[in-house]
Design a protein around this ligand. Structure first.
Ligand code: SIN
Length: 303
């Protein structure tokens, strides 16, 4: 009997598999097709202080082994998330929840984090400083170590919950950003958000996406994500949540060997809504095949 449990920032998860924010709604939508309590945790749809309609359409484009999105943080706003979405999630999910929070200013981040802090089932706050699809916010905080440090400090001041900073790969040195977050008090980092990309409509001779650029995700980015996790593991001692193109139990193990404590699954949910369930069911078999008794023993094991 293998042990898939891991400890993330002091919280024990039954397994390391977490649907990534923006690919799994608020979770309860999936409860109609399977028991989502098989998940380790769940990172809900990126939430801002104010409701947002998101970017104009088209905002999705296919690519080889992946996709581009330029959703633009569509969400109902923190108050509605707390009053309407979380009660529905609580009704079908008893595991720790990861709240994904985005913002356009320090005040935005702190207000949303302060509000979510009183939600008992929220065990982690994942602070998105890496959205490539919005102007004057998102990625601009995560591309500069000083700004990343400021957001981390500000958020840490308003919550007692573990704060996990979500990082962008669209920088020269992701380890430097991770170190800035760690020194400002972050309890963990999650990486990678999507890679900035572009596609062009050949007939119209114009970008396919209304927002011109979008974020690339899916299996095509897996080696980039793995490299980033590897580099960040060498630079910090806080836990890392690895993500980017993960679509199988062997990808989960590879991410953990590179240094991830937990692993998020994103684009794979959009290809197959059962992706996380299948990965979790397959994980013990894959562990046996690779002679792994305790999953937590392999974290960073390839270094
Ligand atoms: C989006 O809503 O544009 C995607 C979120 C993100 O990439 O952080």
């Amino acid at each position: 009997m293998v042990n898939t449990k891991i400890n993330l920032c002091g919280v024990t998860l039954d397994n390391p598999v977490i649907p990534a924010s923006g690919t799994f709604g608020f979770g309860y939508e999936y409860a109609d097709i399977y028991d989502i309590n098989v998940l380790g945790s769940l990172s809900f749809k990126g939430t801002t202080v104010e409701p947002r309609y998101g970017n104009p359409t088209p905002r999705i484009a296919e690519t080889a082994s992946g996709m581009l999105n330029s959703v633009g943080l569509q969400n109902p706003g923190i108050d509605k998330v707390i009053s309407e979405e979380l009660p529905k999630l609580r009704a079908c999910f008893s595991k720790p929840i990861m709240a994904n929070i985005s913002g356009f200013s320090l005040d935005d981040y702190t207000e949303a984090c302060r509000k979510i802090d009183s939600e008992e089932q929220v065990a982690f706050i994942e602070v998105n400083i890496s959205c490539p699809n919005v102007h004057n916010g998102g990625m601009s905080f995560g591309a500069d170590p000083k700004a990343a440090e400021e957001v981390t400090k500000a958020v840490k001041a308003v919550t007692t919950k573990p704060v996990i900073m979500k990082l962008t790969p669209n920088v020269t040195n992701i380890a430097e950003i991770a170190k800035a977050c760690e020194s400002a008090g972050a309890d963990g980092v999650s990486l990678i958000n999507t890679l900035l990309g572009l596609r062009i409509d050949l007939k119209k001779r114009r970008p396919l996406l209304a927002n011109t650029t979008g974020g690339l995700s899916g299996p095509a980015v897996f080696p980039v994500a793995l490299r980033c996790v590897w580099q960040v593991y060498n630079a910090v001692s806080i836990p890392i949540i690895g993500m980017g193109g993960v679509s199988s139990s062997s990808d989960v193990i590879e991410m953990m060997l590179a240094g991830a404590t937990a692993v998020q699954v994103g684009a794979a949910n959009l290809v197959d809504p059962f992706a996380c369930k299948k990965i979790i069911e397959d994980l013990p078999r894959e562990m046996q095949r690779l002679r792994i008794d305790n999953l937590s023993d392999i974290i960073g094991g390839a270094h």
